[in-house]
Design a protein around this ligand. Structure first.
Ligand code: SF4
Length: 250
């Protein structure tokens, strides 16, 4: 008679609990007369590894660094956009993201809430992230400028130049493996290229040694849904670069 060993569904940081639970289960099976169990070799290998200890001091340093930038952004008056903003939008997400999604600037919803990509375009970005098998909490989401341009106009070159040091600092702290540039303004802000997004998208670029994938902005996709197919191709390339595969489509 054989029984299946339970899968390890606990987090790596819960390793001792998992081992204890497994031991209790095996003792129970032995008492029941079971002499053989099936086990997934990969699960056994993972259980034999020491747990990955969290690095609270390092995480606190990263969080402090980001909070420090957000504080300076809140008080910033370096460009005229500060005059019309309701709230600054420094960006939010994981402090150890593999991917940093960067857009152009906050819109009306973002300006009201102080959060990046929370309006209709943000909801579409959430769907894209989830289709990649990730959550918003696992990535970082921000913009080239941290204050809303009036009427959602494109930020002016001097506004982008004034704001870019904040973004550069964020990238230096977060050290993402991949940057996704959402729309031409984001790519132009980071790399000072003038090429349109239609020609840029889908072609790997590099920012300070970090792989950068340009793709369409979700707001563009709301107006041109046909572009979703190309964005999905770009996101599959991002996942492949990270050694990930997209989950099955439901
Ligand atoms: S957009 Fe950037 S540079 Fe301009 S006021 Fe806001 S935070 Fe400062």
């Amino acid at each position: 008679m054989s029984k299946k060993a339970p899968g390890n569904t606990a987090s790596r940081t819960g390793w001792p609990d998992v081992v204890q639970g497994l031991e209790d289960y095996l003792l129970y099976l032995r008492d029941e007369g079971v002499r053989e169990v099936e086990a997934d070799p990969e699960q056994v290998r993972r259980l034999s590894e020491p747990p990955v200890a969290p690095a609270p001091a390092e995480d606190a340093t990263l969080a402090d660094g980001l909070a420090g930038i957000a504080e300076r952004v809140t008080a910033c008056t370096l460009c005229p956009l500060h005059k019309s903003r309701t709230r600054t939008v420094p960006g939010q997400g994981s402090i150890t993201p593999e991917i940093f999604f960067i857009g152009e600037g906050p819109g009306a919803d973002e300006d009201r809430q102080g959060l990046a990509f929370v309006g209709r375009a943000g909801q579409l970005l959430t769907k894209i992230i989830e289709a990649m098998g990730l959550t918003r909490e696992q990535v970082f989401i921000g913009n080239i400028v941290k204050c809303r341009p009036p009427g959602n106009r494109t930020p002016l070159p001097e506004e982008m130049q004034a704001c870019l040091p904040y973004l550069r600092e964020q990238i230096a702290i977060l050290k993402p493996r991949v940057i996704v540039g959402l729309g031409a303004t984001a790519v132009k802000g980071l790399l000072e290229v003038e090429t349109g997004i239609t020609r840029l998208r889908g072609r790997w670029m590099s920012y300070e040694g970090i792989d950068l994938m340009p793709t369409f902005h979700p707001a563009y996709l709301l107006r041109n849904p046909a572009g979703k197919r190309e964005v999905w191709e770009d996101m599959k390339a991002v996942l492949a670069r990270l050694g990930r595969t997209p989950p099955p489509r439901t």
